[in-house]
Write a protein of this length. Structure first.
Length: 307
């Protein structure tokens, strides 16, 4: 395992380095807490488990090669690939947070993984360096257009790119962002007026996180030179926070993640989605062909609400 600190001409206070996000993700205690959230029962664990299943639906049809995990966080996906596909991939993982890279190093100490500190908008890798590029939970925090261009730059001709994004049109996100979080902030302000200490007040920090419709992301990927071919909605739930914590049926679905992903009519329940794309640059040798992941449609399978 190698750990490198690299950058390619990007201001660390730029889009993926805004102060609030940088402070939180650079905190070693947050990195370990974040890693633990993948294992704990509840909505967060359900979400992560469903997302991994969606990614592996595509990855399982890929024969192997050089894989880049952009925004690797504490290395949960890297560990899963190592366990599920031992020896199939030569893995490089990058994250802008040194604390997250250290956390990832702790979980992959026995493996040949190249861990790099760097930013997604200016990846410190040469052109056409990877067969598979995965960016889960990245575009929400970064300049999505700049990141998509970088993903296209570093993927090889005929390679595959997988990106995830929160679904702003799901009942869960609409309620969480439009009702639940504002109520928590309002309650926190009221508690402050009543003299409750800041550490005990309710509230949700404004992190700058974004959610983008499928149609918007699909078009930006095409403009970046990628050819999107498949969309999978995941983390299906009809419940909204905080009530989703008490619905045992959907909480138990973390044990059956196949029930939490869809390409069909239930996609409105997905709190997020995954887009699979291939490089538009042609190659005689393809890591994965478009017909193995979806039909080669050129328009997003969504309604006009995405425009």
């Amino acid at each position: 395992m190698k750990v490198r600190y690299q950058a390619r001409g990007t201001d660390p206070d730029g889009p993926s380095g805004c102060a609030e996000i940088r402070t939180r993700f650079d905190d070693p205690s947050f990195a370990s807490t974040y890693a633990a959230s993948y294992r704990e029962s509840g909505p967060a664990q359900r979400y992560f488990s469903s997302r991994l299943h969606a990614v592996f639906e595509v990855l399982d049809r890929c024969p192997g090669g050089d894989l880049l995990d952009v925004g690797c966080g504490p290395g949960v996906f890297v560990r899963r690939v190592l366990d599920a596909r031992p020896g199939d991939f030569r893995i490089t993982a990058v994250d802008r947070s040194p604390a997250m890279v250290v956390e990832a190093a702790g979980g992959t100490a026995d493996a040949e993984v190249d861990l790099v500190v760097g930013v997604a908008e200016a990846l410190p890798f040469p052109d056409a360096a990877f067969d598979v590029v995965v960016a889960m939970g990245v575009l929400e925090y970064c300049d999505p257009v700049a990141v998509l261009r970088e993903l296209e730059r570093v993927v090889r001709p005929g390679g595959i790119v997988l990106v995830s994004m929160l679904n702003p049109l799901s009942p869960y996100r609409l309620f969480e962002w439009g009702v639940y979080w504002p109520l928590l902030r309002l309650l926190g302000r009221a508690e402050g007026l009543l003299g409750r200490s800041s550490g005990r007040r309710h509230g949700v920090p404004k992190s700058g996180i974004r959610a983008l419709p499928v149609g918007w992301l699909w078009r930006r990927m095409r403009e970046a030179g990628l050819h999107p071919v498949d969309v999978v909605h995941y983390d299906l739930t009809p419940a909204v926070p905080p009530f989703d914590r008490f619905l045992g049926k959907w909480t138990r679905r973390r044990e059956r993640p196949a029930d939490t992903v869809t390409r069909g009519f239930r996609r409105w329940m997905g709190t997020a989605y995954l887009v699979a794309a291939t490089s538009s640059r042609r190659s005689r040798s393809r890591v994965i062909t478009t017909d193995t992941i979806a039909d080669t449609t050129t328009t997003p399978p969504v309604s006009s609400a995405d425009h």
